[in-house]
Design a protein around this ligand. Sequence first.
Ligand code: COI
Length: 357
Amino acid sequence: ARGVRRCEASLASDYTKASEVADLDWENLGFGIVQTDYMYITKCGQDGNFSEGEMIPFGPIALNPSSGVLNYGQGLFEGLKAYRTTDDSILLFRPEENALRMRIGAERMCMPAPSVEQFVDAVKQTVLANKRWVPPTGKGSLYIRPLLMGSGAVLGLAPAPEYTFIIFVSPVGNYFKEGLAPINLIVEDKFHRATPGGTGSVKTIGNYASVLMAQKIAKEKGYSDVLYLDAVHKKYLEEVSSCNIFVVKGNVISTPAVKGTILPGITRKSIIDVALSKGFQVEERLVSVDELLEADEVFCTGTAVVVSPVGSITYQGKRVEYAGNKGVGVVSQQLYTSLTSLQMGQAEDWLGWTVQL
Ligand code: COI
């Protein structure tokens, strides 16, 4: 595919010989942790300069019980994926975007962050070192999890004196247990995910701990996940626990604008561009919960969930169903196919979004 950027050959060439695929039940991958071979690690002190970094065997790390991350939640993570193409090369999708988002999040959390170059290089090294865990074409992807944390010891509330940046990977299949079938959401009207002025727009670890309760209650009632409303008016859509949300009505696709309380998803941004290129009108704005009643289709986007069609949404006891809750909506299907064929190297990468290893 044209536009694909090739990885500089300088890194981890030792690992690239392993072209075999690991012994795993590739037919039944879900979204759970699989122990892979290596992880990348680097640290920095108060000067904010991360050391070169090294690849070490995947496994537990030692942390001071007084570390900033364990005591005060000073931590950030990222998520991106690598796909194996039919000609056995490996593609990353927009890794610089994750690097930049981590830098923005790190500033909000008073943490130093690796440069975009170091981040992307570390991602490449980690994927190459774990190449045999990249699923065969069509069976899933290698989920890449960069983690930045305040690993230095503190007692009073303050930024940690030392930071650790780790990247580990795990082969994954579909995020939701429904697979590619439509998911069922419940609109949450008691708990909120984020508030204005808070940290809703960055990928800090605490944002994910704070939604566990609402998610647990929803799952106990048989829903796939929770759709949050804004904390001020309790009326406008924000996002789902693990992904962004889009509402389709005719040729118009609307999604909540990124304004501080919503995660600026890289899949969200990519889907907006793909939809515009397909002739849809895309609106980033306040999207009222009432619009769910009138929508033709609703879908979620995220690195982990990719594009997940929504089959039903329940709000204040009222359930709205889309596409009869059986089929996947045509727009969701079209956008899913367009995005994943780019990510998997099956369509021409005219936007230059993929990086080939
Ligand atoms: C991702 O989609 O990569 C995320 O970080 C969401 C996470 C809850 C799996």
